[in-house]
Write a protein that binds this ligand. Structure first.
Ligand SMILES: NC(=O)c1ccc[n+]([C@@H]2O[C@H](COP(=O)([O-])OP(=O)(O)OC[C@H]3O[C@@H](n4cnc5c(N)ncnc54)[C@H](OP(=O)(O)O)[C@@H]3O)[C@@H](O)[C@H]2O)c1
Length: 274
């Protein structure tokens, strides 16, 4: 593995996804999103994760243009929101207009809502038309993935799910399904939205390596072959969260972290989705 901001992972459609992404959920539209995304791009992140429902696509697009980077240098992900399943392609066009781009690198179905199989067909069409270069899903558990596999030949390139050591064992079945189907896992809320950063095991491992608990969580994610999407509005933390090359967790430390599973979800749990 090279440096974290230049490493990529191969998707099942042959494209390469930057191994670290920058999350933008709860970043307010306007200056907060623009400043955070610009800081992230300056710090070397080359993968920005937004969504229609975050309400900040315009600001993500503005920060990208402001950075001076060329469009192909930055991987842009957005998501189809639940309310838009009656008109998925129109929703994508709106996202493209707000982002100010001709296509996104990855378009994800945000949640496995009722019309998901029809919407997936529309997403496949968007990929054929080049509006979304890769397509995937989010918050899909094994039963949702198996249902999709039975109805479509196109396997999602990515499944974006909540994932940290505190949820790892609980998601074992979904992780196995993704591995079997060749789906890359993106880890959302990799920092538990801050909820477990003071856990004593994390603090002990962090102190040993002279890093922060957040850096330990992100390193765990990378070493478990997940693509973490940390979010911060704080410039120092944005930079620190991408500064992960100076240490490696041992197998023993990885196993200690794995054992922290407590089924922790910090948002809505897809176990409740039909
Ligand atoms: N597909 C989905 O359904 C879904 C759901 C949730 C999230 N996501 C994606 O995943 C991304 C990340 O998840 P998330 O935003 O829920 O939470 P997260 O990245 O786990 O945590 C963000 C929180 O951690 C704090 N933080 C960040 N770096 C820190 C550090 N080094 N030390 C201490 N605190 C730190 C941030 O505060 P400061 O801003 O003050 O630093 C913020 O409060 C989202 O932004 C979004 O792109 C997707």
């Amino acid at each position: 593995m090279g440096t974290v901001t230049t490493s990529t992972v191969e998707l099942n459609d042959g494209r390469r996804l930057p191994a670290l992404g920058f999350g933008t959920y709860l970043l307010s539209p306007g200056r907060q999103t623009q400043d955070a995304v610009r800081t992230a791009l300056d710090a070397g992140y080359r993968h920005i994760d937004t969504a229609t429902v975050y309400g900040n696509e315009r600001d993500v697009g503005a920060a990208l243009r402001d950075s001076g980077l060329r469009r192909p240098e930055v991987w842009l992900t957005t998501k189809l929101w639940n309310a838009d399943h009656a008109r998925p392609l129109a929703a994508l066009e709106t996202s493209l207009e707000k982002l100010g781009v001709d296509s996104v690198d990855l378009w994800l179905m945000h949640w496995p809502v009722m019309r998901r199989l029809d919407s997936w067909k529309a997403m496949v069409r968007a990929r054929e038309e080049g509006l979304a270069k890769s397509i995937g899903v989010s918050n899909f558990l094994t039963r949702h993935l198996d249902e999709l596999a039975a109805s479509s030949d196109v396997v999602p390139a990515v499944n974006q799910i909540e994932l940290s050591p505190f949820l790892y064992g609980t998601r074992a079945d979904t992780l196995r399904t993704c591995r079997d189907q060749g789906i890359v896992i993106e880890a959302y809320s990799p920092l538990t939205k801050g909820a477990r950063l003071q856990h004593p095991v994390l603090e002990e491992i962090a102190a040993y390596h002279a890093v922060t608990p957040a850096q330990v969580l992100l390193r765990w994610s990378l070493q478990r072959d997940f693509v973490p999407l940390p979010r911060s509005s704080n410039p120092d933390r944005i930079r620190a969260n991408a500064d992960l090359d100076g240490f490696t967790l041992t197998n023993d430390e990885l196993r200690r972290l794995d054992a922290l599973d407590e089924g922790l979800t910090t948002g809505w749990d897809p176990a409740g989705a039909d």
